[in-house]
Each structure stands twice: as C-alpha cells, then as structure tokens.
Design a protein around this ligand. Structure first.
Ligand code: KG4
Ligand code: ZN
Length: 335
C-alpha cells in the first residue's frame, strides 16, 4: 500500500529540528539540535542568537534526518513546517528552508500550527479518538482544547497571563536554578513537601488559567523571608509552587472531562515532561475517569521536535491544507 512520507521542519524557539514521518504515526527519523547550552548562559532564550544558530544548524540537521531515514527529498510526499506561534526570526529560518525545498523539489508545502504539533505527538502512542480533550502546557501556552473531530480545535480556556512553563522558568530563576527551569523544579520538588501556602489563582472563565499571581507569591515569600531573616527550604518552596500550579490544571481538566465526556485526554507540550503532572494524569485522573483513555507522549516528544510537526502535517495534508510560496512566518497565529 502506498504510504505518505512528510518531511517536517520545526524552528519556532530554541530547537532546530527535522523529521521524516510516515502516515502520521511512524517516525523514520527525528533529529533535534538544541541550543539550551548557549541560552543557559543568558538565563533564557535570546531571540537574535537563537535565529542565528538555526541558520547555522538547519542544513546539517536536514542532512542528518535524510541520512537516518535513508531517503532523499525526492522520496517524500510533502514538506511540512511550523508557521507559528513562536519567535519571528526563528520561525523564518524553518519557513524559508521549507519553501526552498518545496520549490526545488516541486513538493506540496504544508504550514503547521506549533500547538497542533504538540497535540498530534500523542498519535505516536495510540490512535486518536474523537471527541478528545487536549491539555496544552508549554513555555508559551496553557490551553484546554476540545476536539470534536479530527483537525477541529475549540479552545475552552487559556491562561490569562503567564504560560505555565514560563512560570516554572521564572520561579526557577529566583531559586537560582539554571535555564530551562521546568526540569530543575521538577527534580527539586521531589525532595520537598508542599509546606508553604501560596496564593491560589483567580480566573474569570470557567476553564481559564492564571500563573502570574502564583509566581509573584513565590517572589514575595522569598522577600519576606529575607526581610525577617528567616530561612526557607528551596525544595519545599519548589514543591509548594508545583502543587499549587498543578492543582489548578487538574481542577480545570476534571471539570472539562465532567462536562464534555471525551473519549481521550491528551497532554501536550514541554510541561507534559513534568513527572508530577504525568503521575497526576496517568494515575489519579485515569483512576477517577476509568472510561476515558489518558495519554501523555514519551518524554522526547513532549518538548519541541519536528516529528510532532510531521504527525500534524500529515493530517493537515490529508485535509488539503497547502500553502504557496507567499507563505510567511506568523508569530501570533491562532489554532
Ligand atoms: O513545548 P516546549 O519545548 O517549548 C514551547 O513551545 O514553549 O516547552 C518548553 C517549556 C519550558 O518552559 C520548560 O521549562 C518546560 O517546558 N519543561 C518543564 C519540564 N520539561 C520542560 N516544565 C516542568 N517540568 C518539566 N520536567
Ligand atoms: Zn513547543
């Protein structure tokens, strides 16, 4: 039977990635060149530096992905690329590379929304069944997405201020932990207990999120301790922050599961790598909602990669989503 191979490119933030994916669920190759070590020195992603490194790396990453899959660009059916959201200069590099390949090899060009990629990364674990509820938690997004059917996205709720990954990174910075802070807080919280009371977020929408009050609460807590010359345990503070942040996530997810009764619950985005969130979803929520299949992608497909863009690109291609050479990067594009 004829298969469909998608060559996918992702460069929205600080990973330069190329993958080749067959039929949306089989990874023939997936190469990720991370820039974390460079940005660590600055305590966060420096957009100018990130786009320059993407330009330096993209050809090598492409070559490696083709070599690992033992394919040439001739062999693929379409070129998919992250069009947005993300950092403008970074997105441009991927989009320009994809346009060049599509033009040179006369292949269809398929623009992909970064978040649809995170959601469809779950397709590498199991066949997606609709309706489903997707919890998107990353450095730039915190959203509850309801998908009544394939390629239909309805945003039920989103963050009113910071994304959850952003809050993890900022709290890590005040605890003097290196970038990216999420995995550091994850590790440190395991050594602590949720002993400190931090502000519970208030939101307007039924399914909305808020993390900036919690983040400020952590800053104020540290300030107060310094002023009163009291000591605190960083591990307990990391654990208290994490429990408060994730409690909000779990409450909104459970509320949406009660109301929408989906067949599956998917978790998507970099924060899906968090060990506490994984156990809350795969153990607590899965036990409470036995009739709903709870899915979290393998660790390497939670953070940014191009295989997920290949998975979403395959569905987009099946739905006839194609762009011409006027395609441009869109840093703030809607799902
Ligand atoms: O999806 P992603 O790689 O990039 C964006 O699209 O934003 O997500 C990156 C975010 C960062 O904020 C990072 O700190 C967070 O995911 N992250 C984690 C963990 N691993 C990555 N947050 C909490 N616990 C983790 N284990
Ligand atoms: Zn991402």
């Amino acid at each position: 039977m004829k298969t469909t191979k998608i060559l996918a490119i992702e460069s929205s933030c600080d990973e330069t990635a190329v993958a080749i994916v067959e039929d949306g669920n089989k990874i023939l190759s997936s190469v990720v060149a991370t820039q974390i070590d460079v940005h660590k020195e600055f305590g966060g992603v420096v957009p100018e530096v990130a786009s320059r490194i993407h330009i330096e790396n993209i050809s090598m990453v492409l070559e490696k992905a083709l070599k690992e899959a033992k394919l040439t660009v001739e062999d693929v059916d379409a070129i998919a690329v992250t069009q947005g959201p993300g950092l403008m200069g970074c997105l441009h590099v991927g989009v320009q590379a994809a346009k060049t390949l599509a033009w040179a090899y006369q292949k269809p060009l398929v623009p992909v929304h970064h978040i649809s990629g995170h959601i469809y990364a779950n397709n590498f674990i199991t066949k997606l069944q609709y309706p489903l509820l997707a919890l998107v938690v990353s450095g730039g997004h915190t959203e509850l997405v309801y998908m009544k059917d394939e390629w239909q996205f309805e945003i039920l709720g989103m963050t009113q201020d910071d994304a959850i990954g952003e809050a993890y990174d900022k709290v890590a910075r005040v605890l003097k932990l290196p970038y990216p802070g999420g995995p550091q807080i994850d590790r440190l919280a395991k050594e602590g207990k949720p002993l400190y009371t931090l502000p519970k977020p208030k939101t307007e929408g039924e399914y909305d999120f808020s993390f900036s009050g919690l983040k400020s609460g952590v800053l104020q807590f540290i300030d107060r301790c310094h002023k009163k010359q009291e000591t605190y345990t960083a591990a307990d503070l990391a654990c208290s922050f994490q429990e408060t942040a994730l409690q909000q996530i779990v409450e909104n997810v459970c509320h949406a599961l009660d109301v929408y009764q989906p067949k599956q619950l998917l978790v998507a985005g970099g924060v899906a790598a968090n060990s506490r969130l994984r156990s809350l979803v795969l153990e607590d929520i899965a036990k409470k909602y036995e009739h709903i299949e709870c899915i979290v992608p393998p660790l390497s497909y939670c953070t940014d990669n191009a295989a997920m863009i290949g998975a979403a690109g395959y569905v987009a291609y099946q739905h006839g989503q194609q762009a011409d050479f006027s395609l441009t990067a869109c840093p703030g594009i809607d799902l």
